[in-house]
Design a protein around this ligand. Structure first.
Ligand code: NDP
Length: 449
């Protein structure tokens, strides 16, 4: 292990997800550091491997039966080198410091790639919104914001959604912030259209991922039209990945949640995608209900020991993992490659383990890392900030056009950067190096802060 990585490993001994992302990124960055000794001298990598600030706090709230509950909240403000901290909040029982830090570190490089002036951050809590009433979720969000408001602001840190945090949660948090601060500002993104949200924000991560994949396919003279696609998850990112795949004539055949996956051998139809949206966003049901409602859909449960790899056993052309980190391990990746997959575009952050990613890279299939392919969500969040500053709302067509341009630009940047460092076609390297260089330039210019 290099000295740089040992430095990170020594300081963060119990943070496997964080060390995984630092290791993955360092593999690319070391090439840049060799070419740019000034960055090494200024210890840019070591500085970037430390968050600017971490806040951890108690979130007490009362459930519907009157009992008091306590959760742990986080806000990790990783880097403000190129703009105010920006990144979502995740509410999931698995949330801990390692996951928060991995997400905030990744976010910093991702935001750098978007072309917009946004630093990196992430937050959340080990709270599980599943099975909670709307009132319980509201009380939790109000208590969470009761502490987080001190650390954020439209020019300081602008949180948004992630797993377990959608329109409902953003609404409750925005309401709480507005009341505490007596200020109507663009302090959160992913807001509803009636109070400062941007059109196409809900769609942005999924649509952006498919736009990116479409660009990748073109470089290989291929097309998504007619391509059989495996999609995991059934939340925000998965829903709009499915929708855009259908727009482009592709054939998505799976969707999942943490209990199991639905498989439609003839392809999921737009009726089924609408069903999933209603099921997950309004009725908050389980994906198995899709198979109960449509005859040509089968449901496979994952079982107790997390056999979620089952969903990767189907023959397909393209894969859009859109649930959570490390959902594709080395064995899954080998199965996918062996069965003919030619494109993997990550919707979830760090969808593949280090071993899984290595299999895709070795096989030289088209493989996009999340920080490039799922950057559309934060990009439209950046456009939401822009619209809030102007006190203006663009049309859906205008936002979609800008989103598409940003994804095309990120794709081009990845390829050009990879080629410049003699790693042609390596999107992982291109994304890491391009994201890093912009942050490194800003840090160098701003001195030792
Ligand atoms: P949602 O909460 O809307 O949906 C998450 C989906 O993934 C659900 O189907 C959920 O199933 C499933 N899931 C979550 N955790 C696990 C787990 N541990 N094992 C198996 N399945 C799981 O989240 P999003 O769609 O917003 O986020 C999905 C991914 O995309 C995350 O990695 C997130 O970081 C990333 N992302 C999201 C962005 C956004 O704009 N929302 C932007 C960029 C990245 P269940 O309901 O059963 O838990």
């Amino acid at each position: 292990m290099s000295d740089d990585l040992q430095f990170a490993a020594r300081r963060n001994p119990n943070e496997p997800e964080f060390l995984q992302t630092v290791t993955e990124v360092y593999d690319s960055i070391k090439v840049v550091l060799e070419a740019e000794p000034a960055y090494r001298k200024a210890k840019i990598f070591e500085r970037l491997a430390e968050p600017e600030r971490v806040v951890m706090f108690r979130v007490p709230w009362q459930d519907d039966s009157g009992e008091y509950q306590v959760n742990r909240g986080f806000r990790v403000q990783w880097s403000s080198a190129i703009g105010p901290y920006k990144g979502g909040c995740r509410f999931h029982p698995s949330v801990n410091m390692s996951i928060m830090k991995f997400l905030a570190f990744e976010q910093t490089l991702k935001n750098s790639l978007t072309t917009l002036p946004m630093g990196g951050g992430k937050g959340g809590a080990d709270f599980d919104p599943k099975g909670k009433s709307d009132d319980e979720v509201m009380r939790f969000c109000q208590s969470f914001m009761g502490e987080m408001f001190r650390h954020i602001g439209p020019d300081t840190d602008i949180p948004a959604g992630d797993i377990g945090v959608g329109g409902r949660e953003i609404g409750f948090m925005f309401g709480a912030y507005k009341k505490i601060k007596n200020e109507f500002s663009g302090v959160l993104t992913g807001k509803g259209l009636s109070y400062g949200g941007s059109r196409i924000r809900p769609e942005a991560t999924g649509y952006g991922n498919v736009y990116f994949a479409d660009e990748m396919a073109k470089t290989a003279g291929r097309s998504l039209a007619g391509a059989a696609c495996l999609v995991s998850g059934s939340g925000n990112v998965a829903q709009f990945t499915l929708e855009k795949l259908l727009h482009l004539g592709a054939k998505p055949i799976t969707a999942s949640d943490s209990d199991g996956y639905a498989h439609a051998p003839e392809g999921l139809t737009s009726d089924m995608v609408e069903f999933i949206k209603d099921l997950k966003n309004n009725r908050r049901g389980r994906i198995k209900e899709l198979a109960e409602a449509f005859r040509n859909v089968e449901y496979v449960a994952f079982g107790r020991n997390g056999s979620s790899g089952l969903q990767w056993n189907h023959r397909a052309d393209c894969v859009f993992p859109s649930a959570t980190q490390n959902e594709i391990n080395e064995g899954d990746a080998e199965t996918l490659v062996r069965r003919g997959v030619w494109l993997v575009s990550e919707g979830s952050n760090m969808s593949a383990t280090l071993g899984g990613a290595a299999v895709f890279q070795k096989a030289k299939i088209l493989y996009a890392p999340a920080k490039a392919s799922n950057a559309g969500g934060v990009a439209v969040s950046g456009l939401e900030m822009c619209q809030n500053s102007m006190r203006h709302q663009w049309s859906a067509e205008e936002v979609d056009r800008r989103l598409k341009n940003i994804m095309v630009t990120i794709h081009k940047t990845c390829l050009e950067t990879a080629a410049r460092y003699n790693r042609p076609g390596d999107y992982v390297f291109g994304a890491n190096a391009a994201g890093f260089v912009k942050v490194a330039q800003a840090m160098t210019a701003q001195g030792l802060v």
